[in-house]
Design a protein around this ligand. Sequence first.
Ligand code: SF4
Length: 366
Amino acid sequence: MAAAFQGRLAGSKGMDGSPLRGHGTQIASNARPAQESCSRRMAAARRRMGLSGKPKRLSCSRCGADAVIFRDYEGMALCRKHFLMSVEKKVKKVVGKHGMLQKGDRIGVALSGGKDSAAALYLMKQIIGRRRDMEIVALSIDEGIRGSRDLALKKSKQLCRKLGIRQYVFSYKKELGSTLDQKVRKLGLGMNDVCGLCGVSRRWILNKKARELGLTKICFGMNLNDEAESIMMNYVRGDIPRASRLGPVTEYSTKKEGGAMFIPRIKPLRWIPEKEVELYARLSGLPFRPKECKYRGGLRVDVEKALDMLEKKHVGLMFTVVSTFDRMLPGIRNSVHYDGQAIMECKMCGEPGSHEVCKACELWRK
Ligand code: SF4
């Protein structure tokens, strides 16, 4: 065990130098590209283990090779090989446990060009392998965000070429009438409101197009941090219907109500912390956009900061948030049905939603 702590660990910076969100993992200095030097968290971990003095290189707890990561929440350091194997094993386990893939599935992976969706596409491709009874395609959205979208789309195209996966690109301009930039200007939205509009619009397009393409599932690259944030956001907003649509697989989606239908959503990376998803994508040589979107803001960012702060003090807290929610989910879904908040067909576009007019129509027909 002591070997696990004999490392000089890096701080929490992403490829672009922006801070990464915490979840009880430290990236080792020997991970490429080189990271910041020894953090306070590593020093605290060493103190907890009763180790003192200058730390040496980090060794893999499995094989003794140079480690690329130390997982506080498991008390384990892993080399490149064992880290990649561990992530792949965890993802396969989640896919199997929740029955995310079935014979005949046509999976559309929502590919934004970021690290999470790149890793999700790569891992799903690996899991499906050469099976002929399943198909995988990538679904990308051009929101029309000047400055960041072009690079993201370029990276997503590179990845699809590399993996030999067919990519469909849909744009807000064509599907909704204007780019996100134009809509933000027209409505005079502040930084706190853009993600709400954008998220609803993207989900609307993805669901509609997936159905038109005859896809049976949409795969999202949400990581552990994203899922914990979504749970907390719905909790603080008191949005029970939306909370009922969280979880590893969306249950509503399998039902056809009022003629409309949600395509089932699956989240195979749901138990992988954000830092580990980025490290996995980097070590696997996947092309992805390192920069964040210029509009990122609103409640999610505040919840993210709060969870990061808590995770730093209480290692493993995000796992607890998600696993506790999963235990409550059946009750939440039952209560939504009892309250008569089931899925309806939007009277304007025919897409599924929780009200007579879906959120996308409400926002884009203004
Ligand atoms: Fe849309 Fe917000 Fe994501 Fe930017 S950060 S792409 S505005 S949801």
